[in-house]
Design a protein around this ligand. Sequence first.
Ligand code: CA
Length: 380
Amino acid sequence: MRIETIRTHLLTAPISEPFAFSQRWVHERVALIVEVVAEGGLVGWGECYGPPRLLQPVIERFYAPLLVGHDALAGAAHWERLYNELRDHGQRGLAVQALAGLDVALWDLRGKAAGLPIHRLMGGPLRSSARAYATGLYRKTDDTGRNRALLVEEAQGYAADGFGAMKLKVGFDPVDDAANTEAIRAAIGDGIGLMIDANHGFDRIDALALARRVEPLGIGWFEEPVAPEDVAGYRWLAGQTAIPIAGGECSFTRFDFQILLANGAVDVVQPDTCAAGGLTECLRIAALANAAGVRYHPHVWGTGIAIATALHLIAMLPAAAQGLWANEPWLEFDRTPHPFRDAIVKQPFRLEQGRVAVPTGPGLGIEIDRDALARFRTEP
Ligand code: CA
């Protein structure tokens, strides 16, 4: 079975209630969806995490011509070939994000060809559902007091929904961030996990200032405290605070993660499957993390395709330590406004008693709603 056609779908939608993280305000949701069509009409779907308008030409002008006409079932072989074709000018960022979307689409295609869900092709599952934490608690206004009240209200909503944990955006001002963290902890009580995420908005000094203030609050992890390139800063902070240090959504392939792990820079790795190199590469990163005794909680930010991708990977992630009460991987379950996250899949993912089920249909186990794709499609 040969690859016949590769298409990309650039999707965009404005959002009526903008929100901010440490780097910028978000006014629009975007995605690049990858469609690989094989001879006979079988279709595989993937998604890239990254700037879609820039990723689109990387796929269409560079990778697609190298794939069309080749064996549709040889995903891992194509990974090596394509990575090496752009290695001298790639290695991370757009080059790997584009490759990730294609890799996921080829896994979906292989699963459909075999009539098996991806996690069965991989020899799993280790688990058939994932505990989910709520990603939300972004800044909604620059009015500090009003913002805090809105955060508390939102956190109470996640607790009522049955989430076992939630994540707060920090990285603005250590004193204000600490006050927000305290207010949320007080509102939700001690029985629910609470993590903080600076999106590398701090340097070492401010990162440690916040860590010191919130250390008594039972913080699950402190995510991206400093710049992703600052491996020494990660390692230094990890030695200064009892809060587990997490990172990796801006790191790519086994090569970047080997550097983070060999340097003892992180307690938790968070590769994004749709960015760090796809399912093929994230299984390798998982092996590295496991050998280093480091927890793996994947970063997830995208549509139902990205969520399905993460769930098949989570079905295959070994716990950092085995045991009756082993620490399981978390599904990052984004709750921020997103007009097409659910719309483009026919069976959107739902939280049930704090967990999300791993799809059991062939491939990714999802059906794409082509009408919704057309509705949100934007020409580059
Ligand atoms: Ca993050």
